[in-house]
Write a protein that binds this ligand. Structure first.
Ligand code: GAR
Length: 208
């Protein structure tokens, strides 16, 4: 597996700056993978535009057009299978995936969360961080399991929370780390260096 080129399927809901960091890292030769498809759950997601600009197939699987979550997820899985995706990368995808989807790609789904898990899971991490008053936040990249933001943690980066921070200023500081860390973690996966034992993920040394 480690020697076969991974095919990424990137799922987004919004502006897609995390996606852009992965597109750029692939283009620079820092991530040895192909982005097979970018999927968004809403047509206005700017991530679709970013993918198209980079010549990557981009498909909107509009949640509103599906009766229920299972039908929606079936459509996602169909697109991923058609593109030959081997690793699903959630990059600002704001929907919770059901066990049905998670089982289809068990151990092959990653997510990035804009806080230091297990603190502040959910859709409003920066708001919750600021309301709680913690002094350090950051981002977490983890494998996705059947819970919400609860899978084995691969990597984290910390940033300070400063007096006077807003969701925007804190979000921008965290995003900078996201854009550095996500491509790095994907490359570790591509190199076959992520070893999962229960909740623990080890990054194996680089092969010489
Ligand atoms: C990122 O901060 C990512 O961590 C977060 O959404 C943002 C997407 O930004 N993801 C979540 O909150 C998932 N629960 P982007 O659209 O510019 O990549």
């Amino acid at each position: 597996m480690a020697n076969e080129k991974q095919v990424l399927g990137v799922l987004c809901s919004g502006r897609g700056t995390d996606l852009q960091s992965i597109i750029d890292a692939v283009a620079r030769g820092e991530v040895h993978a192909t982005i097979g498809v970018v999927l968004a759950d809403k047509p206005e997601a700017y991530a679709l535009e970013r993918a198209r600009k980079a010549g990557i197939p981009a498909v909107c699987v509009n949640r509103k057009e599906y009766e229920d979550r299972e039908q929606f997820e079936k459509a996602l899985i169909e697109e991923l299978a058609q593109a030959g995706v081997t690793l699903v990368v959630l990059a600002g995808f704001m929907r919770i995936l059901t066990p049905y989807f998670v089982r289809a790609y068990a151990g092959r789904i990653m997510n990035i969360h804009p806080a230091l898990l297990p603190s502040f899971p959910g859709a409003h991490a920066h708001r919750d961080v600021l309301a709680y008053g913690v002094k350090v936040s950051g981002c977490t990249i983890h494998f996705v399991d059947e819970g919400t933001d609860s899978g084995p943690i691969i990597a984290q980066a910390a940033v300070p929370v400063l007096d006077g921070d807003t969701e925007e200023t804190l979000g921008a500081r965290v995003l900078k780390e996201e854009h550095r860390l996500y491509p790095q973690v994907i490359e570790w996966y591509c190199e076959g260096r992520l070893q999962v034992e229960g909740r623990k993920v080890c990054v194996l040394p680089e092969k010489s």
